[in-house]
Design a protein around this ligand. Structure first.
Ligand code: MG
Ligand code: ZN
Length: 214
């Protein structure tokens, strides 16, 4: 007998995620769930993205973090509304946390919502938050074995950002192999190569974002 302890929890989560997605779709708010391991550069990518898009699109951010509100403070400095969710040690965001956070945001004129998940390549993949797309960030220093070691998150994502691409010459990260692994896991992936340090790839990523709006 296979015992799936998580399934009632995941069912409740999925019900509330479906509600959220319906609400966001009705209001024409395009929502992205940003995932990665700790330190892959999610918040820095957000900062650079928001600086490029803040005068063109109405954006808000929900920040998930174990304890601090540092990431939300970084986003607010750019002039973008940010709601911090502290999971108090919890290793992923869930759909009801997003429903609570959305009540605190003025979504009347919003066009894009970013949700920065807790840094973790495992269980955030299992929790639908009501987003339209999952974007997983994989950074060069993490090594090229992550897609094969943590396949689920890459299979469930629509976009992968290979970040810190400027560090490629200083490592044995096999970019060609990683892309082959990613497309084998998920042939429909959109992959961006990006560096927040040099700015490489940022325009391709933000152009894509502008085209995705609901
Ligand atoms: Mg962060
Ligand atoms: Zn977790």
């Amino acid at each position: 007998m296979k015992l799936t302890i998580d399934s009632p929890i995941l069912k409740a989560n999925s019900d509330s995620a479906i509600e959220t997605r319906k609400l966001l779709s009705e209001k024409k708010i395009f929502a992205l769930n940003l995932l990665s391991s700790p330190g892959a550069g999610k918040t820095t990518i957000l900062e650079r993205t928001l600086i490029i898009l803040r005068d063109k699109i109405k954006i808000a951010v929900i920040e998930g973090d174990l304890q601090t509100s540092r990431d939300a403070e970084r986003i607010e400095k750019i002039g973008i509304p940010a709601i911090q969710i502290n999971t108090d040690g919890g290793c992923h965001l869930n759909a009801s946390m997003i429903q609570c956070a959305l009540k605190k945001l003025d979504i009347s004129e919003l066009e894009v919502l970013f949700i920065e998940n807790v840094g973790n390549l495992v269980c955030p993949a299992a929790y639908d938050l009501g987003e339209h797309k999952k974007v997983t960030v994989l950074s060069i220093p993490e090594g090229d074995d992550k897609p094969v070691k943590y396949p689920t998150i890459f299979i469930r994502s629509q976009v992968v950002i290979i970040n810190k691409i400027d560090l490629l010459p200083f490592t044995d990260f096999n970019l060609k192999q990683v892309k082959e692994d990613l497309y084998r896991l998920n042939p429909n992936l959109t992959i961006f190569e990006l560096s927040c340090k040099t700015g490489e790839g940022l325009n391709q990523w933000t152009d894509w974002l502008c085209l995705q709006r609901l």
